[in-house]
Design a binder for this molecule. Structure first.
Ligand SMILES: *[C@@H]1O[C@H](CO)[C@@H](O)[C@H](O)[C@H]1NC(C)=O
Ligand SMILES: *[C@@H]1O[C@H](CO)[C@@H](O)[C@H](O)[C@H]1NC(C)=O
Ligand SMILES: *[C@@H]1O[C@H](CO)[C@@H](O)[C@H](O)[C@H]1NC(C)=O
Ligand SMILES: *[C@@H]1O[C@H](CO)[C@@H](O)[C@H](O)[C@H]1NC(C)=O
Ligand SMILES: [Ca+2]
Length: 345
């Protein structure tokens, strides 16, 4: 519709330019009228009428193009309004996320480029994770940027370090606390990681696999809506590689919460909404709306849907730990973190 009108206007323009506008090429202006020209002007009433018609037409054209412009402007305005609307929303989300981060951590990202330059190419010296940062006297919890390391084959990676809990040195691999990030993601997203490092995120199965290649400890911390906290720790945490569908292996348990909620998932592989690797006829990732080591299906669902207070005890696909609050209780906060087994604070 718009296109057609535009084409019509274009035609009118061509017409008008051809017949109304004086030629633009240089021309000697006639100094005085010759008798022949005078004769033509005097005799041709037809020319006058033609001129009037053309004037009418160009008037019409003007009107038309004005209307076009109005339409166009209103379309542009609408688009801009839509855009600013979605920007506002996005802004509000970012703001909320930002406030959350501010409340819970006061630290800024520390650029470690300088440190990277001084590192010699030995694995003992390399900045591998938050535990190596702790050894280099970075003792403040917060977001850090790990430099890429050719020797270890590790890429640049933004991590969040817990430098306080039971000696610190923990690299956080999962966090739920704001509910602003959906964890109903596909295989690729879980592989590469998603979310925001100061808010809710999954570090990425590839990274977790790489970081767990030396003897590693897993710690899971949870908080319910009444403010009670629990933790579970597992020695010899291993995440297999992608060929092994990121199989989970857990060693010995310690902690102050019932253990089977996670050990039920021991020795099972990872499933997402687009990859059903579970031990069930059902498609657990679809049912529980997350990516996880689904067995048949869950005794815990730490990557489930974030439900807020008031909604948190009505759903089976929430962030649950069956042995603590049961299947229908979605927790308020969860953090999963890892550090080397031989770590000494
Ligand atoms: C110019 O247009 C008006 C109406 O818009 C019409 O009445 C008039 O006859 C037209 N004149 C010519 C020369 O076509
Ligand atoms: C678990 O603990 C037992 C006894 O403390 C020990 O022998 C065993 O090696 C541990 N297993 C793992 C996987 O850490
Ligand atoms: C996980 O399974 C292995 C054997 O496959 C077992 O040795 C280990 O104790 C199990 N871990 C837990 C926490 O149940
Ligand atoms: C969980 O909720 C479902 C349906 O909402 C209900 O059928 C089930 O009994 C509940 N389970 C528990 C343990 O509360
Ligand atoms: Ca299945």
């Amino acid at each position: 519709m718009l296109k057609q009108s535009l084409a019509a206007v274009t035609w009118l323009c061509v017409f008008t330019v051809a017949f109304v506008s004086p030629p633009v090429w240089p021309q000697k202006p006639p100094k005085r009228k010759t008798p022949g020209q005078l004769k033509v002007a005097a005799c041709c009433e037809e020319v006058k009428e033609l001129k009037a018609q053309i004037a009418n037409l160009s008037g019409l054209l003007g009107e038309l193009s004005q209307k076009q412009e109005r339409d166009w402007v209103s379309v542009v305005m609408q688009v801009m309004e839509l855009e600013s609307g979605s920007k506002r929303l996005e802004g509000r989300l970012t703001e909320a996320e930002g406030k959350f981060s501010e409340m819970t951590n006061q630290m800024d990202i520390m650029q470690l480029q300088a440190a990277a330059q001084t590192v010699t190419q030995t694995s003992a010296d390399a900045i591998y994770d938050c535990s190596s940062l702790h050894q280099k006297n970075y003792h403040i919890s917060g977001a850090y940027k790990l430099p890429p390391d050719d020797f270890l084959g590790s890429p640049e990676l933004e991590v969040f370090c817990d430098m306080e809990t039971s000696g610190g040195g923990w690299t956080i691999i999962q966090r739920r606390r704001s509910g602003l990030v959906s964890f109903f993601q596909d295989w690729k997203q879980y592989k590469l990681g998603f979310g925001s490092i100061r808010g809710d995120f999954w570090l990425g199965n590839e990274h977790i696999h790489r970081l767990s290649q030396r003897p590693t400890r897993l710690r899971v911390e949870m908080e319910d809506w009444e403010g009670n906290t629990r933790y579970a720790e597992y020695s010899h945490f291993v995440l297999g590689d992608e060929l092994n569908s990121y199989r989970l292996f857990l060693g010995n348990f310690s902690g102050n919460v019932e253990n089977s909620a996670l050990s039920y998932h021991n020795n099972t592989v990872f499933s997402t909404k687009d990859k059903d690797n579970d031990n069930c006829l059902d498609h657990c990732a679809q049912l529980r709306k997350g990516g996880y080591w689904y067995n048949c299906c869950t005794d815990s669902n730490l990557n489930g849907v974030y439900y807020r207070l008031g909604e948190h005890n009505k759903h089976l696909d929430g962030i649950s730990w069956y042995g603590w609050h049961g299947a229908n209780y979605s927790l308020k906060r969860v953090e999963m973190k890892i550090r080397p087994e031989d770590y000494k604070p």
